[in-house]
Structure formats: C-alpha cells, structure tokens
Ligand binder design. Structure first.
Ligand code: TXA
Ligand code: MG
Length: 318
C-alpha cells in the first residue's frame, strides 16, 4: 500500500537535490527548523512569495521572515548595526529574528516584507536547513508551516495535516527542539521585543547592556499583521484557570494531576523551556481527542513563561 505521507521525506543526498530543484522552480516546501517547521520558498522570487501567502491564506500586510546561512549572505539585503552584531555573535545561528532596515538594492521580493522598508532576518540552527541554505544562492522566506492563525507545526506530520499533498516535499527532521517560534526583536530604533521567545528579555539585556521596556501583560500588538487571534487549535481556550469545569481538557505545570483523566502537564518538573516545547504538541493532541474546550492554569510570567503567556493569550482570543 502506498504510504499516505508520500510527500514526507527523510534527509539524504537524493532529497537535497530534489529539494534544490523544487526551490529553484519557485515552488515551496515544508522544512524543519529548531523552533517550528517552516513553509520555505526563494525570497527573491515573486512566484515563490505569492505562493507562500496563497498557501497560508496569509494577509498581505503580514511580512515574512527571511532565513540566511550567515551574516555575509544577509549583508546584501539589510543595513546592520552594533546591536545586531552583538546579538548575532551571541545567539546565531539560533532562535532569534532581527528587524533591520532594508537596503535599497535588496533583491527580496517586496511583498515578502509587506512592502515595508524593514526586513525580518533569521539564521536558523537546525542542521537540515543549514545544509540547504549553504547550497543555494538565495535566502528562504519562511513563515511557520501552518494555515494563517492555526497552531505552528513541530513535526513533519503536523505540516502534512495543514497542507496535505499540496506540498511536493516535506522534509522530516524529527520534533522541533524548541517548539515555539523565534524571539522577534526590532533593532531599527531603541531595541524592542515584538514577539517573546526562548531567548528572553534578560538574556538580550545582558548582551546589549541596556534595559528593554517591559512587554506588559496587556500590551497592544505592534508587529504589522501580528494578528491577535493566532496559534489557535480551533477550540475555545480559557487562560489563568484554577477551577476545573469537569469536562474540558485542563493544561497545567507539574505532576499533581498526572493520573487524572483530562489533565495534561506541559512539564512535570515545572521547567518553562520544556513547557514551551510541549505547548503546540499538547494543543494538537487535545484537538484530536475531540475535546470541545481547553482550560489552562496560570503560567509564571518569567523567562520562557512570557513567551508561553503570549501564545496562549493570542490562542484564547475568539
Ligand atoms: O521561529 C520562527 O521564527 C519560524 C520559523 C519557521 O523560522 N517562523 C515564523 O514565521 O514564526 P511567521 O511568519 O509565522 O512569523 C513572523 C513574524 C510575524 O509576527 C511578523 O509580523 C513578524 O515576524 N515580522 C516579519 N517581518 C517584520 C517586520 N519587517 N517588522 C515587524 N515584524 C515583522
Ligand atoms: Mg506563524
């Protein structure tokens, strides 16, 4: 019987060749990164960029992240500054995205940046995407590989769930280690975190030796197109819950209810990085089990807990 996941491939020499050919043809593919799986295409190609927006059903006002192998490749497209160099040296390749000013002669297809004069750039760490980026002479525009406003995929099968056979190639790189999207920091002015992630405020402050403004719990969304409703598993989510309603799926930290039906722990050890890496997996699992609603207990507002709170808050908007 033919494997129903026949467009999911493991990474080897043959698939590298096929992948490069597909990308050169302005097609888009599913790819693992250390954060979440991405939907990648040639950032310099009009056809690729249009396809990405179309596949995702993404509003044209929401710009994409451009992925590079290293700083030398990015210099063609963006104007760098001292803060960028400090953070690049410390965290790259890794789960952080920088907003920088775009060079006038950059070849990035303007729609990829929602026609702004800034560009979001990232240097992913996963060995599969790195070996691919090394072999092509253009960067990859790559949003998370989910339909707009859905939960980001952290396995190749999650990508298949989103797009099925519409993608010619989905490369399997196992479960994404980090499991939530990269930190986004705007460096075009006084540095400002636009999307919290595993690389948190304190880590960035230590490197830049400055204080960043607090991302307050009630702050408005500043990134263009950073839609409020996002990361949603498609069922109602209630956050900061302490009383179980008796029928919903209940997400919490620790092992207090480990043997209880309907209770799902993000981390038995209260480890917030581990909790972040399990969040989307647990969302998808709960949805598949047929629950009609999710309750989530209070998550501490520190370290990666800030990123978790950001995602669950957006997921809870109806
Ligand atoms: O971890 C990640 O960053 C993943 C993997 C695949 O690399 N990608 C990802 O892409 O999360 P996406 O498209 O789902 O999220 C990109 C975010 C959006 O919130 C977008 O608004 C913001 O980056 N962004 C992109 N360009 C921007 C710009 N010029 N100014 C401000 N925000 C920007
Ligand atoms: Mg996304």
């Amino acid at each position: 019987m033919k494997n129903s996941y026949s467009n999911i491939f493991s990474f080897n020499k043959k698939i590298i060749k096929k992948t490069i050919k597909t990308l050169n043809n302005s097609d888009v593919i599913g790819l693992p990164t250390e954060t979440v799986y991405g939907l990648g295409g040639n950032a310099y190609s009009k056809k690729s960029i249009k396809k990405i927006f179309q596949f995702k059903g993404r509003p044209k006002s929401n710009p994409l992240i451009i992925h590079y192998f290293n700083i030398n490749n990015a210099l063609k497209d963006v104007i760098i500054n001292k803060n960028f160099i400090k953070l690049y040296k410390k965290f790259c390749p890794g789960p952080i995205t920088f907003i920088l000013n775009r060079k006038n002669n950059s070849k990035i297809y303007p729609l990829a940046c929602a026609n702004l004069n800034t560009v979001a750039i990232r240097f992913p760490k996963h060995n599969i995407i790195r070996s691919l980026l090394k072999k092509i002479d253009y960067p990859l525009a790559m949003p998370s590989a989910n339909k707009s406003s859905n939960v980001s995929p952290i396995n190749s099968k999650d990508v298949f769930e989103e797009f099925g056979k519409k993608l010619k190639i989905i490369i399997d790189g196992g479960k994404c280690k980090i499991g939530i999207e990269s930190t986004v920091i705007d460096l075009t002015y006084y540095p400002k975190i636009l999307r919290p992630g595993i690389i948190d405020k304190e880590m960035i402050e230590t490197v830049l030796r400055i204080k960043l403004k607090n991302t307050s719990k009630n702050e408005k969304i500043k990134s263009p197109g950073m839609l409020k409703k996002h990361y949603s598993p498609g069922i109602p989510i209630m956050i900061n819950q302490s009383n179980y309603d008796g029928k919903s799926a209940f997400i919490y930290l620790g092992k207090k209810y480990i043997k209880k039906k309907n209770f799902f722990s993000l981390s038995k050890k209260f480890n917030l990085n581990e909790a972040a890496s399990n969040l989307y997996k647990v969302f998808r699992m709960i949805k598949k089990k047929g629950y009609k609603k999710i309750q989530i207990s209070k998550i501490p507002y520190k370290g990666s807990g800030i990123a978790i709170n950001d995602r669950i808050k957006r997921a809870s908007k109806s």
